[in-house]
Design a protein around this ligand. Structure first.
Ligand SMILES: Cc1cc2nc3c(=O)[nH]c(=O)nc-3n(C[C@H](O)[C@H](O)[C@H](O)COP(=O)(O)O)c2cc1C
Length: 182
């Protein structure tokens, strides 16, 4: 029998510092419908998130949203993929037991023959430690800015950061994943 899919209300309230790590050759894959509801996930997804597939299918992806993630990160995701571009970026995800795992995510819209978006696919791999060390304080700064000045404030900080390094968002994160320092 199909299980009931979960919602954000079912996510753990006790956040812990237990980190789960992916191995070098692991990939976490999921697919959503055009609204962001999960329609497919692979076994590695269920293993890392800690929910059975029967509870994940039909759920919104924000089930695994970690409170350390700034809103601007997801605004960037949706701005890109809804305009039919691909997204690369670092995401800290929440496990069912309150722990977390970092990924380097690639999200892309799936288009039909007429160019309409029919679904989205995300493939994630292990984020490099050097990238996690750099992105963690940046996300903290963006989150703090959002608490006092909303997403306008975090967008400004992000724009300034990219301008300072003379890089597009994609280049910036791909360089970090490859070990670049800032
Ligand atoms: C294909 C796809 C994969 C996604 N993967 C994640 C993910 O792994 N973790 C996450 O927090 N949000 C992910 N999102 C973004 C969520 O849809 C959502 O925007 C985010 O969790 C913030 O939700 P909230 O605004 O309700 O807090 C993904 C979206 C899509 C389309």
């Amino acid at each position: 029998m199909a299980g009931k899919s979960l919602s954000k209300l079912d996510a753990p309230k006790n956040i812990t510092n237990n980190e789960k790590t992916l191995s070098q050759n692991d990939f976490i894959v999921s697919k959503t419908d055009a609204k962001g509801k999960i329609i497919y996930c692979n076994e590695m997804f269920t293993k890392m998130a800690g929910y059975p597939a029967s509870s994940i299918i039909g759920a919104n992806h924000n089930l695994i949203r970690h409170p350390d993630m700034p809103k601007i990160a997801f605004k960037t995701v949706w701005d890109k993929i809804q305009s039919k571009k691909e997204f690369f970026g670092f995401v800290k995800n929440l496990c069912a037991d309150g722990g977390y795992y970092w990924v380097f995510a690639y999200i892309t819209p799936d288009l039909d023959a007429n160019g309409n978006i029919i679904s989205y696919t995300s493939v994630r791999r292990k984020a490099t430690q050097s990238a996690i060390d750099i992105i963690t304080p940046i996300y903290r700064q963006l989150l703090d800015a959002e608490r006092s000045g909303g997403m306008q404030a975090s967008q400004q900080i992000l724009n300034n950061l990219l301008k300072k390094h003379n890089l597009e968002y994609d280049e910036f994160v791909i360089n970090l994943q490859k070990g670049a320092k800032i």
